[in-house]
Design a protein around this ligand. Structure first.
Ligand SMILES: [Zn+2]
Length: 266
């Protein structure tokens, strides 16, 4: 394929990396990633993926930009208040890197659209802010065999896990039952610091760049947690559960389809 002079100028500093190089760049330019949520995690993740030259980015979010988003959702600016997040994000990413394709999907991830939406992407990054969406993204990615980078942040804490379907632990292997609504704290109620979502979102982008660029070791079977009080990282080993309801040894495709469709009830 080879790189153009413009591409060599733009991506030169990452082309210098022996682990990445021209081969990694060519892989990125051909690759696609879907980002669920254009919020505190999706913002930095999308900026780094677009800047690095991932060929096609899908942005999924149904919400408008609000003033209370701006302290952490660095894709959007004051003028974007009231505008749809995916439109604001698309404009910012196109300005950053006009050579890549940026697809705005103004919808929520639902059982009815999950498979259709995720199907055409190589990899998924889930930066959503609620459990039903996280489990739906997990189950749909296992069903479709798509690598999933899961991230979450609240207060001064965050976590990241990369899921390689049927090869490494999925979200349900680690947390078999989704917590009930109201059991989990929300950023809306508990708060979060933008530097924490920034760290977690950047790490999610890094995981995606490794997988799409074909270098490094994925953060699979290792749940990485961040404690923003001490600025400490901790690695929690996790394992795939052969009895897992979605990625277990005896689970049939039809079983996972049923679970994905049952998510319509939440
Ligand atoms: Zn599992």
């Amino acid at each position: 394929m080879g790189l153009s002079q413009d591409q060599v100028r733009r991506y030169g500093r990452q082309l210098l990396l022996p682990e990445f190089g021209v081969r990694g760049q060519e892989r990125l330019l051909r690759a696609s990633a879907l980002l669920i949520g254009m919020g505190g995690l999706g913002s930095p993740a999308a900026l780094y993926l677009a800047a690095a030259g991932v060929g096609r980015l899908g942005l999924l979010d149904s919400e408008p930009v609000e003033a209370g988003n701006l302290h952490r959702q660095v894709l959007h600016d004051t003028q974007a208040i009231g505008r749809s997040k995916v439109d604001s994000a698309q404009a910012r990413l196109r300005a950053l890197n006009p050579a890549i394709e940026v697809v705005a999907l103004r919808e929520r991830l639902e059982a009815s659209n999950a498979l259709r939406v995720l199907e055409s992407y190589d990899l998924v990054l889930d930066g959503s802010d609620n459990m039903p969406t996280r489990y739906l993204a997990n189950d749909a990615c296992v069903l479709l065999g798509k690598p999933l980078v899961h991230g979450a942040a609240i207060r001064l804490q965050g976590q990241v896990l990369t899921i390689l379907p049927r090869r490494s632990a999925c979200l349900r292997c680690v947390f078999p039952e989704p917590p009930q609504a109201g059991e989990l704290p929300s950023c809306q109620a508990e708060g979060v610091l933008g530097s924490v979502t920034g760290l977690i979102g950047a790490l999610m982008a890094h995981e995606a760049l490794k997988l799409l660029g074909g270098f490094g070791t994925p953060l699979a079977d290792r749940l990485l947690t961040f404690d923003g009080i001490a600025s400490g990282w901790r690695e929690v080993p996790v394992r795939r559960d052969p009895q897992c309801a979605v990625c277990g040894d005896h689970v049939q495709t039809s079983d996972i389809r049923r679970i994905v469709h049952a998510a319509a009830a939440v």
